[in-house]
Design a protein around this ligand. Structure first.
Ligand code: MG
Length: 209
């Protein structure tokens, strides 16, 4: 193990989030493999669980993780929705704020040198950042407009030979919302990507075009 090749100092599963350990470890393996092609990007950071898998992998590959989130929560995190967590509510702002939890997790994990937080709307961030990227994880909002917007904004920025990862792909509608599954199918149908790996609700695709 080199100085750059060290794991997060806290267990990612101790941080709020929706990614399973198996999914996180698959993401980390992929990011280490393709991190030499460019930075790693995640769209949708929430409280930092996925950053704790991707950050060490990016660092080991000699790059960084750019973690994009407006930190106001997705549709499904808003009050009255299924995944609302009132502990993340900022009374003064009258809005959700996941940035303090994210920053705390990254600090406690010893990843401040490996994780760059970009507090911005996904499409604004895509305009600001220059690819190509080694790996882009789309794990943002599940509304169709949001998911399609993320696909359009980020897919073309994946380096040839790099990877696109999509979380919350549920082929059976009984298991979850459709939009992530629809953008996954779109990615395969586009000819730009080939399916590479399936782990839980995570799909990994390799950019071929
Ligand atoms: Mg997710």
């Amino acid at each position: 193990m080199t100085a750059l090749d060290r794991p997060a100092l806290i267990d990612p599963e101790s941080v709020r989030g929706f990614l399973s350990r198996e999914e996180g470890e698959a993401l980390a393996r992929a990011a280490r493999r393709v991190g030499g092609l460019g930075p790693i990007v995640e769209v949708g950071a929430y409280c930092g669980r996925s950053a704790l898998y991707l950050g060490p992998a990016a660092r080991a590959a000699g790059t960084v993780l750019v973690s994009v989130d407006h930190h106001r929560g997705s549709e499904e995190h808003q009050p009255g929705w299924e995944w609302h967590d009132h502990e993340l509510w900022d009374e003064a702002a009258g809005a959700l704020d996941t940035l303090p939890a994210f920053r705390d997790a990254v600090r406690r994990a010893g990843l401040e040198d490996a994780v760059v937080a970009l507090v911005a709307d996904s499409r604004v961030a895509a305009h600001l950042l220059r690819g190509p990227f080694g790996l882009v994880l789309i794990d943002g909002g599940h509304a169709l407009k949001t998911a399609l917007g993320d696909w359009r904004a980020w897919a073309v920025a994946v380096a040839p030979g790099g990877m696109l990862a999509i979380h919350d792909v549920f082929p059976d509608p009984a298991d979850g919302g459709r939009p992530p599954c629809e953008i996954y199918r779109h990615a395969v149908a586009s000819g730009l990507f080939e399916a590479a790996e399936t782990v839980g609700a995570l799909r990994l695709l390799t950019r071929v075009g």
